[in-house]
Design a protein around this ligand. Structure first.
Ligand code: SF4
Length: 374
């Protein structure tokens, strides 16, 4: 099992909270697309002959590109990699890009899943975040995608926004659910360094976020999703049975993937590498047949920590039998010792040879995993 991720590093405008790599200048878009194709060619053997089970166009905003650019990249992958017939092919899209023509083109080229960056159905909050769409577009694009036959939809929603009341948050979730969507990714607003939001807070233009409010809105989310029979399969991800995101699940389960494009990460069980987060330098080096990446050779400790970090975020938890086979029984025993106080505090459970984060521990999942690190 393996996946391919393509990073499209362009956005219409910069959302205030975002620290992903993107540019709002599209002037070198064609050179960038050509470089992506070139990188795919240079790295076609990275995954060996592993069949490709998922392809993911992320960003940035892949939907900002003309559909023909996406089709060209996808066609190249299909022609040059062993793509499974049932592969999940996802494209991240913003509501304001999803017109009928683009949606039809996506279906035609084989995109079979859309992850739509809705974030909120409230105009006040969309403006506050500096999103490029409004709430009417957020609702209408879902309907348009479904009418064209794309049923496999995921929407992103953000909670913990300064003005978002608990009641409004419940309404946001209810609106998403009323559209009969099988998958929802929902993230707490966080303040990342070097974002507009961080500078607004630093210069007093914006009050700091309130952690308790975020935690309570996460509780609301968990409870409403459970009432609506969604499976909470990863800290930020909920789905109806049969709609797990294959691509992201493969990340969390430690499968290999090839990441193409500026800032994209790749992983092949023994190394992790990440491309330079600069469009101009990326294009320049790829043209000279150089992969502009930093490579980290993963030590035993790295691999154990990575396994804990990813697996504990999921419903499947950390499998102690797997841990013992892969990393040795001495390390499994050390892990169990480290886990003891967290089990006592009811942040972790240990049952059926699996360590799982409990509902109490979910909002601190990364911290708990970090405290188990080797
Ligand atoms: S559209 Fe997405 S990637 Fe682009 S700035 Fe907004 S959050 Fe970041």
């Amino acid at each position: 099992m393996a996946g391919i991720y393509i990073h499209i590093p362009f956005c219409k405008q910069a959302c205030h909270y975002c620290d992903f790599h993107f540019s709002t200048q599209l002037k070198h878009k064609d050179e960038l697309v050509a470089a992506l194709l070139l990188e795919l060619q240079i790295r076609r053997n990275y995954l060996g002959d592993a069949p490709i089970d998922s392809i993911y166009f992320g960003g940035g905003s892949p939907s900002i590109l003309p559909a023909k650019d996406i089709a060209q990249i996808l066609q190249y992958i299909v022609n040059n990699f062993e793509v499974n017939n049932a592969a999940e092919i996802t494209l991240e899209a913003n509501p304001d890009d999803l017109n009928k023509e683009k949606l039809k083109a996506y279906v035609q080229m084989g995109i079979n899943r859309l992850s739509i960056g809705i974030q909120s159905f409230i105009d006040r909050d969309l403006i506050w975040m500096n999103r490029a769409h409004n709430s009417a577009e957020a609702k209408s694009c879902i309907k348009r995608a479904q009418d064209i036959g794309i049923e496999n939809l995921s929407v992103d929603l953000i909670y913990g926004l300064p003005e978002l009341s608990d009641k409004e948050w419940q309404e946001n979730i209810a609106i998403a659910l009323s559209h009969d969507i099988p998958h929802i990714s929902s993230y707490a607003l966080t303040v990342e360094e070097k974002t507009a939001l961080a500078s607004f807070i630093n210069n007093g233009k914006q009050k700091p976020l309130v952690e308790e409010k975020t935690a309570y809105q996460f509780e609301i989310l968990q409870s409403v999703m459970a009432d609506n029979h969604f499976i909470h399969y990863e800290i930020s991800n909920f789905c109806k049975e049969g709609h797990y995101a294959k691509h992201n699940t493969a990340y969390w389960k430690g499968h290999s993937y090839l990441g193409i494009g500026p800032s994209a990460h790749s992983y092949n069980q023994s190394t992790r590498e990440w491309n330079i987060a600069n469009n101009h330098q990326y294009i320049d080096q790829i043209r000279r047949d150089i992969i502009p990446s930093t490579i980290e050779i993963l030590s035993l400790e790295n691999r154990m920590n990575e396994y804990l970090m990813l697996s504990l975020r999921t419903i499947w938890g950390a499998d102690l039998n797997y841990f013992e086979d892969a990393f040795g029984s001495a390390n499994k025993n050390i892990l169990l010792q480290k886990a003891e106080d967290k089990i006592k505090n009811k942040w972790l459970s240990n049952a059926n040879h699996k360590l799982n984060i409990t509902n109490n521990g979910k909002l601190m999942a990364d911290k708990i995993a970090a405290e188990l690190f080797f």
